[in-house]
Every structure is written in structure tokens, then in C-alpha cells.
Design a protein around this ligand. Structure first.
Ligand SMILES: Cc1cc2nc3c(=O)[nH]c(=O)nc-3n(C[C@H](O)[C@H](O)[C@H](O)COP(=O)(O)O)c2cc1C
Length: 192
């Protein structure tokens, strides 16, 4: 299988189009950081947990797979958010990967200060954490470790149980929700 190589001229043209003029630094304020990292397309998930008082949850797109053996993932949660505190306190959480039919759920769990579970009867997973029904996938975790990084808490979760179902994912790109179109073809080599 041959590696696809970009013609040098295309690469140069792309680079010049996005580069700042020589000598002018591009300031990295919060808006620039959000806009630029927003070019990286992600899925959308809801982190759910229970702190002994009640269920909590928040919409996230900072989900990353960390390790297969042992199975680890990470999420970055705003410092001081209720779900962040509840995850740290309880040491348990679930990641619910949303389908393209769950835009309402994504919006509900992103509303600042709202009772995200209001009017919902939470379902519970095998590891006693609340889960979002009909999500594309559930990963039930314990918080292996956490640490503050800037204005977020990075939580490394050890995955104890997973399930997934057929369906299309909800995507997020450039600050907007999006649909994902598969290109077909062979699965990536490392996905075997
Ligand atoms: C698509 C999307 C992705 C988000 N990703 C994250 C994230 O990765 N981490 C985070 O802390 N907040 C993220 N947020 C914002 C939180 O969902 C939102 O601030 C939170 O639900 C508010 O909860 P609170 O009322 O407990 O503060 C995201 C919001 C949206 C719409």
C-alpha cells in the first residue's frame, strides 16, 4: 500500500494561506484558541455521574482514548462545574457517546446552571452510574487519577464496562453540531 504524498506546491500554498505575515505574532487568546482547535472535528458525549445527592452530567467533546491495555480514556472538565466536582468526589463516571438523534440531549447537558436531569428518569449502568438511554455507546469508568491543567481538570478514567449499538454519531466542528459522512473503504490498518 502506498503512502499518499502531497505535492510540494500544494503544501506550500496551504501553508502560505494560513501563515501569519513574517514578523507578526498571532496572539493566542481564548477566542483564537477556541476557533483554531475548533478545526479539529470531534464526536459529542455526555459525562454522567452520581455524587450521593443526585445525578450530574455535562456535554463534552474533550474525550480521548488513552490506552487499550489497560483501557484508559480522558476527559477535560471545567474547574468548578458541578459534574467535575461530582466526578472527583465519587470517583465514578460514565461516558455516553451521543448519536445524531440526540442533539437535544447535547444541548440540555450543556446549559450552564440548569438541572440537567430535570424531567428525566435516569437509567443506571452496571457500575451504578447514571447513563443516557439510547446513546451510541456507554463506557463506565472509575477515575484513575485527575489533575488540574489551566482552567480544566483532566480526568483519566479506567474503563470497566462498555456497550455500543448501531447508529450514526453526532459530530462537532467549528463550534457547530454536524453530521458525519463515512467515506467507506477498508478499515484503517491499526483498527483490525
Ligand atoms: C459540544 C460541546 C462540547 C463541550 N465540551 C466540553 C468539555 O469537553 N469540557 C467541559 O468542561 N465543558 C464542555 N462543554 C461545556 C459544558 O457542557 C457546560 O459548560 C456544562 O454542561 C455546564 O454545566 P454546569 O452548569 O454544571 O456548569 C461543551 C459544550 C458543548 C455544547
Amino acid at each position: 500500500m502506498s503512502r499518499r504524498s502531497w505535492p510540494a506546491t500544494t503544501w506550500m500554498a496551504e501553508r502560505d494561506r494560513h501563515a501569519a505575515p513574517a514578523g507578526i505574532a498571532t496572539p493566542v487568546d481564548a477566542a483564537a484558541m477556541r476557533r483554531t482547535i475548533g478545526r479539529f472535528a470531534t464526536g459529542v458525549a455526555v459525562v454522567t455521574t452520581h455524587d450521593g445527592q443526585g445525578p450530574h452530567g455535562m456535554t463534552v467533546n474533550s474525550l480521548t482514548s488513552v490506552s487499550l491495555d489497560p483501557p484508559l480514556l480522558l476527559v477535560c472538565l471545567t474547574t468548578g462545574a458541578r459534574t467535575t466536582d461530582a466526578v472527583v468526589t465519587s470517583g465514578r463516571f460514565a461516558v455516553n457517546v451521543l448519536s445524531d438523534r440526540q442533539l437535544e440531549i447535547a444541548l440540555r447537558f450543556a446549559r450552564r446552571g440548569a438541572d440537567h436531569f430535570e424531567g428525566l428518569a435516569p437509567a443506571y449502568g452496571a457500575h451504578r452510574v447514571p447513563v443516557v438511554p439510547d446513546a451510541l455507546a456507554h463506557l463506565e469508568c472509575t477515575a484513575e487519577r485527575h489533575f488540574e491543567a489551566g482552567d480544566h481538570v483532566v480526568v483519566i478514567g479506567r474503563v470497566h464496562g462498555v456497550c455500543d449499538r448501531a447508529g450514526e454519531p453526532l459530530a462537532f466542528l467549528g463550534g457547530r453540531f454536524a453530521d458525519l459522512t463515512e467515506r467507506g473503504g477498508e478499515p484503517a490498518l491499526w483498527f483490525a
